[in-house]
Design a binder for this molecule. Structure first.
Ligand code: NAD
Length: 319
């Protein structure tokens, strides 16, 4: 986001989470007042401790799946609240579906009442285990509706359908970000591949790889992802937009890069593959480049270096 914004006051659901904390930070830096709403079911106060004393930031502790409201009016609603990693949506399956459905409805209602722009944080998981590669936004996906990950995938697919229908019916300006794997400082090590590998490398224990390690991901640095979400907000674009990095890497190579940036000598340990784990994940970001002029700026090696440096600080608080 540029130094200034067309928005004055934003509501960020999931503002106390990993990506939410970057979104709040960038909005505040652009001069936007921010109300972060979070129930801390997966996020943590430590993520936004540095924002609490910043003028213009307010934290509201609430469950957005229940009816909630904002103090005063807003002109932007960013809906990020949702469990977002495998162990978290396994632990919170019903909550995941409720925040994708009721939570999305409640956030949209606020946008409608205030005449605000609305942005949904969706996910590359809507493509499931994709049969098309790389994935562009025209691809409809290959999702198992009752698989282990379905509570998340289908909640987000529902949220996209709901957002689109609600926007049309009530004339609300809506945007949809399909976010691919993001990483960076403050990411918890449980269930997230990069921060998990970094924690294992720093602890000198084996880096555990699910399956053969030839499955691919395209990790995007969190600051770039947040910039992408805010580029969608600033535009009036209404179709889904992939926000991710096109640098595709196998999990095995990612583990090697992490050993290199941390200087660790941990071995790799191969364990059972995750159910419905996608083999290939890489976004086609032509639409984001064309419609928003957005593309990631932080190269993978540099982002891994920054993430590892933050994790190795004695004060690093993952939880
Ligand atoms: P996160 O778990 O760190 O953040 C989500 C936040 O939402 C947490 O602070 C959590 O406490 C809050 N939350 C969950 N349910 C809530 C509820 N009912 N009411 C209020 N707050 C609630 O996860 P993240 O990685 O920051 O993800 C943020 C958003 O981006 C999610 O919607 C996720 O699906 C999406 N996303 C993230 C990634 C990624 O790689 N991090 C990839 C694709 C999509």
């Amino acid at each position: 986001m540029s130094q200034s914004s067309r928005f004055r006051r934003a509501l960020v659901t999931g503002g106390g989470g990993f990506l939410g904390s970057y979104v709040c930070e960038q909005l505040l830096s652009a001069g936007v007042e921010v109300i972060g709403v979070d129930n801390f079911s997966t996020g943590h106060r430590s993520y936004i401790e540095h924002l609490m004393s910043r003028p213009g930031f307010t934290l509201v502790e609430a469950d957005v799946s229940e009816e909630f409201d904002t103090p005063g009016s807003v002109d932007l609603v960013m809906h990020l609240a949702s469990p977002a990693s495998i162990p978290e949506f396994y632990r919170l399956p019903i909550e995941t579906m409720l925040v994708g459905s009721y939570g999305t409805h409640n956030a949209l209602r606020i946008a409608h009442r205030c005449g605000a722009r609305f942005v949904l944080a969706s996910t590359s998981e809507v493509y499931g285990d994709p049969l098309k590669h790389p994935q562009d936004e025209e691809y409809w996906g290959n999702v198992n509706p009752i698989g282990a990950r379905s509570v998340y995938d289908e909640a987000k697919r529902f949220a996209e359908a709901f957002t689109t229908a609600y926007g049309k019916k009530h004339d609300v300006s809506v945007g949809i970000a399909r976010i691919f794997n993001s990483y960076g400082p403050r990411m918890r090590p449980d269930g997230r591949v990069i921060s998990g590998f970094i924690a294992q490398a720093l602890d000198g224990v084996p880096l555990t790889i699910h399956g053969d390690g030839n499955q691919t991901r395209s990790p995007c640095y969190a600051e770039d992802t947040a910039r992408g979400l805010l580029a969608i907000a600033e535009s009036d674009y209404g179709q889904p937009v992939n926000i991710g990095n096109v640098h595709e890497v196998t999990i095995r190579d990612l583990a090697q890069m992490i050993l290199e940036v941390t200087g660790s000598r941990s071995p790799l340990k191969f364990i059972e593959a995750d159910e419905d784990d996608p083999r290939q994940r890489c976004p086609d970001i032509t639409r984001a480049e064309r419609e928003l002029g957005w593309r990631p700026q932080v190269a993978l090696k540099e982002g891994l270096r920054r993430t590892a440096a933050a994790a190795s600080k004695p004060s690093a608080d993952w939880n």
